[in-house]
Structures are given as C-alpha cells and as structure tokens.
Design a protein around this ligand. Structure first.
Ligand SMILES: CC(C)(COP(=O)(O)OP(=O)(O)OC[C@H]1O[C@@H](n2cnc3c(N)ncnc32)[C@H](O)[C@@H]1OP(=O)(O)O)[C@@H](O)C(=O)NCCC(=O)NCCS
Length: 381
C-alpha cells in the first residue's frame, strides 16, 4: 500500500472502527460504490474528497460517485465553497455537513450530493414530527400527508425511500444499531402504512360480502363471459378457465405488509350476484379506489349500492383512509348514477383519456372525503 492508501485506511478505521465484511456486504458495496483511484486516494488523504464509504473484504477502498458534484462545482478546488453554499446563513451547519460528508458518513445516500443531504435532513424532521402527531391522533390528515411524503415522496419530491440506500449488516455494526432506513422507512411503513383486512365476512341488510372461493367460479364465469357485462370494465370477456385461475389467485392471502386490495363477492342467500373491491392507493395508503359490479340479471335492485355503502364504511372506519375515488368510463351511465347515489362528487370529466376495448373514450373521476361520508351518514337515508 502507498502512503496515501495507508493514511486513508487509518482515517477510515478511526472514523468507523473495524468490522468484518461478509460476502453479501461486498456484493452490495460493489453494486453501489466504485474502487477509489490513486488520484482520489491522494485527494482523500489531503482532506479534499470524502473518505471511502467502505473497504471490501479484500481491502479495496470503495467510494461514492461524486462526479456530478465535481462537474457542477467546477472541479475539486471549488468543491468546498460550492458545497457550503447550500446552507446560506447557516455557516455552522454547513461546516458540520462538510465534515460529515468528508468523513464518508453519508453512505446511506443513493446520490451523495448536498441536495440529497438537505432533503434527507428535511424529510427526517418531517417524518419525526408526523410520527409524533400520529401517535397522538392516528387520523390527523396533515400528519398522514406529511409522513407519506417524507417516506414515499410526492410530486417531484423524493422521499426517504428514494433518497436512502438499503445498506448492509456491516453498517448496523459500525453505526451500532438500525440504519436510518430501517427506522424511518421500514419501521414507519410497518407502523403506519400497513393496513390489515377487516374481519370477514361482512353482512349488509341483504348481502354477505366475502372472499371468493373456487366453487364460485361458475357464477363469475357466466358474468365475465358476457360482452355486455364487461363492456365498461378494464378486462375483456374471459373464458371459464381464465376466471377460475383469477379467482384462485385472488383467494391467496397477500404476503404480510403487502395488503393492497380487498376483493369481495356479493353473496345473496348463497348466490353470487356481484363483486365490490377496494384498491389502496396514494402515498401512505391514505386513499382507496372503489369498484363494483352486479352480475347480469341482478342489476336494478339496489344491491351494488348496498354493498358499496358498506365498503365505504370499511374504507373510512376500518382502514382510516381520508378519500375514496371511483374512476369510470363516461359511457357507463349506471356506474356514474351509482357513484352519485353514494354521494360521490364528479371531480373530473376527462376527454378521450381512457383506452378501453380498442378505442379512446372519455372517463369520469368521482371522489368522497371521510368528513363528507360521515356528514352524509347522519343525513342520508
Ligand atoms: C354499475 C352497476 C354495478 C350498477 O348496478 P345497479 O344495480 O344499477 O346499481 P344499484 O345497486 O345502485 O341499483 C340501483 C337501481 O336499483 C333500483 N332498486 C330496486 N330496489 C332497490 C332497493 N331495495 N334499494 C335501492 N335501489 C333499488 C333503483 O331504483 C335503481 O334503479 P334505476 O337505476 O332503474 O333507477 C351495474 O350496472 C354493473 O354491474 N354494470 C356492469 C359492470 C360495470 O360496468 N361495473 C362498473 C365499472 S366502473
């Protein structure tokens, strides 16, 4: 090892201690970092570029790619001043951040640059405040939005999930505990963004809402084989084998933490007469989309409305979502009438945006907020 390499290795051990690297650690580091060049080691030893994030088990020093920073700054000479300018009026913080950056401590970042460092800090503060608020009031809608953005990102705003790398067992050893991602992405999702299905079946006045069983497939196949029935659905007509296999897939329990859809059949005294479904969407699972079908021969009896009302209760009360939407083909007049009967508001009429069955058609978005649903339940029949 040359002098620079020795100096850099010594500085790395002073900053991080010595911890073993497993084969999995090595593979992870090779995927996200690159071997330091002799020129980089000289600049690192001189305290002008960040220390390596890792040493592979064969002692290769591995650094993050900061070529974008160097290009934007105009070279290594200008890097320090360019970096500090990201904290105008906060010189102490800027100096601390530069020290942390140089010490190679930001190995958690997918992109090692001052913009990502600032975003990480902001999103961590936002997540901490939101978690505090939600532990007091789990229905605090502002905190729900803030937490969802902090973890999952929003429009044009990367969240911690995008900003942070997964990291390694080695990191847990050197940082002496769980990583920032363990705490602020995985644990937060498990605590706040982890809906569980309600107790099933659910009874309404006339219906039992339950999961599909293999022996339902004849009734479902008859509906989904009917071109009139599927005309306004996203799927085309399906044959009995396709329907049976889809029912089989839907009857499988979702893996823990992956509950994204609640598909239920409408059972009227042992006959399957339709289906309703909730899809969870939106960052933090704070909104859901509702869907409904009544099988041929069973429309015009208020059954879809009865099932959908109960499902809206489930969405708002059991899952605690703040908004439920329905998206439909604008030609589906019966579906639009149902959305309106439920008190949903038509929020948009989109022109020729919906590709369905070989043509572009218009579509409607309907929505209802929790507060509106609750107010309506006290007034509507
Ligand atoms: C969309 C769809 C679910 C609507 O079904 P629906 O039966 O019209 O809806 P509802 O359950 O609200 O029933 C309302 C009708 O039942 C009548 N009704 C009869 N008895 C009733 C009762 N006890 N309570 C309430 N309504 C009753 C209402 O008067 C109303 O009839 P009308 O539309 O002729 O005025 C159905 O047309 C369908 O499955 N279509 C094919 C699949 C599809 O396109 N799904 C939607 C995709 S977005």
């Amino acid at each position: 090892m040359g002098d620079d390499a020795l100096t850099v290795r010594r500085l790395f051990v002073e900053a991080n201690g010595e911890h073993p690297m497993t084969e999995a650690d090595d593979a992870y580091v090779r995927a996200h970092f690159e071997p330091a060049t002799a020129e980089q080691l000289e600049l690192i030893a001189a305290g002008r570029l960040p220390l390596p994030g890792y040493y592979l088990s064969d002692e290769t020093p591995m650094v993050a790619d900061i070529s974008a920073c160097l290009a934007a700054a105009g070279g290594v000479e200008a890097l320090h001043d360019w970096f500090l300018a990201f904290w105008p009026g906060h010189e102490e913080t800027a100096v601390d951040e530069w020290a942390t950056f140089l010490a190679g401590r930001y190995v958690c970042l997918r992109d090692l640059d001052p913009l990502s460092i600032r975003r990480r800090t902001r999103m961590l503060e936002q997540a901490r405040a939101a978690v505090r608020a939600l532990r007091t009031d789990p229905r605090d809608e502002v905190a729900q939005g803030a937490l969802a953005e902090a973890v999952d990102g929003g429009l044009g705003v990367p969240g911690l999930d995008q900003l942070l790398l997964p990291m390694t067992a080695h990191d847990r050893l050197r940082f002496g505990g769980p990583t920032v991602r363990d705490l602020w992405v995985d644990a937060v999702r498990a605590e706040f963004h982890n809906p569980q299905p309600p107790a099933l079946p659910i009874r309404t006045k006339r219906l039992t809402l339950r999961r599909a069983r293999p022996d339902d497939s004849a009734a479902t196949a008859a509906a989904f084989g009917d071109p009139d029935f599927v005309r306004h659905l996203l799927v085309g007509p399906q044959n009995p084998a396709e329907v049976a296999f889809t029912a089989h897939q839907r009857s499988q329990p979702e893996p823990p933490g992956e509950h994204r859809v609640l598909p239920l059949l409408m059972d009227l005294d042992g006959t399957v007469v339709g289906s309703v479904v909730l899809f969870f969407s939106g960052a933090g699972r704070t909104s859901a989309e509702i869907g409904w079908t009544v099988y041929p021969g069973w429309a015009g009896r208020g059954l879809a409305a009865e099932a959908a009302r109960t499902l809206l209760d489930v969405a708002f009360e059991h899952y605690g979502v703040r908004r439920v939407v329905a998206n439909l083909d604008a030609e589906n007049a019966r579906s639009a009438a149902l959305a309106e009967r439920l008190g949903m508001r038509r929020e948009s009429a989109r022109v020729a945006d919906y590709w369905s069955k070989g043509r572009w058609t218009d579509s409607y978005d309907y929505a209802i907020l929790r507060a509106e649903w609750e107010a309506r339940r006290h007034t509507a029949p």
